[in-house]
Design a protein around this ligand. Structure first.
Ligand code: NI
Length: 255
């Protein structure tokens, strides 16, 4: 059974059928899904979803896009949310230098650091977002050797992947590895031992081929497993079993 380790089920894209969709996941082969917050408000919503569905778990955190919108007291508000038994990680957090209207880099870095320190204190794994900020992301993660987690939707080099796994990070891959123009991530997967690989949808974004451009959901994480199976020359059932175990180990989820 599949574990979709990264989806955003607070999204408006699910307003019409959220309950029906989440209820149906086990019948689509998905045994676990982690819904990941990007600000305080939708992080709280992720917790309420996790409370309502036994197979849904939550992560809470401030995404770099929201870094400038936080009051100085955001850590005090985030901290108690992390004590909820179904919150399994602090995320998603990180750096995003892609968009011109992103918050200023020093602001993003400060919010990132504050949250890594909170994760260290809470002994929780972090879920890292890194878009066009590989150098600074790696540099900051190195400052906190006792913290571990996952770099989601991994888009870095093989060289950086080696550094990250040495430091205790997992790498997770989305539907974009099924796209025709995918190259770098495929090289990373070919190199990466299976024990460091997790799969995710990043739903509602990043729907895999043949659903590219449509709304994504956890049922489609199968296509990510299928692509990895092809690259690793393994039966897809093995990839599903291993990636599910990897996710359960990182997020400390028991059956
Ligand atoms: Ni995401």
């Amino acid at each position: 059974m599949l574990f979709d380790t990264h989806a955003h089920y607070y999204s408006n894209a699910y307003n019409e059928d959220r309950e029906e969709l989440l209820t149906s996941l086990p019948t689509q082969g998905v045994k676990l899904a982690l819904t990941v917050g990007t600000n305080l408000y939708n992080s709280a919503y992720c917790i309420s979803l996790a409370e309502n569905f036994p197979h849904i778990y939550a992560a809470c955190g401030i995404h770099p896009h929201w870094a400038a919108a936080q009051l100085p007291s955001f850590i005090d508000k985030l901290s108690p949310m992390l004590d909820h038994p179904k919150v399994k990680a602090l995320g998603e957090i990180g750096l995003d230098y892609y968009y011109d209207d992103s918050p200023p880099r020093p602001v993003q870095q400060a919010v990132f650091r504050n949250q890594i320190e909170l994760a260290q204190q809470k002994k929780l794994p972090i879920i890292v977002h890194d878009r066009d900020a590989h150098h600074d992301t790696l540099r900051i993660l190195k400052e906190y050797p006792s913290v571990h987690g996952v770099v989601h939707c991994y888009s870095g080099s093989v060289e950086d992947a080696k550094t990250l796994i040495k430091q205790g990070y997992m790498l997770s891959f989305t539907g974009n590895i099924t796209f025709k123009n995918a190259r770098r991530a495929l090289e990373v997967i070919e190199f990466l031992p299976m024990e460091f690989i997790m799969i995710e949808t990043d739903a509602p974004y990043m729907a895999p081929t043949p659903y590219r451009g449509k709304r994504n959901h956890s049922g489609y994480v199968y296509y990510v497993a299928e692509k990895i199976a092809e690259l690793k020359n393994l039966p897809v059932e093995d990839v599903i079993a291993i990636t599910t175990e990897n996710g359960k180990r990182l997020f400390q989820i028991e059956d």
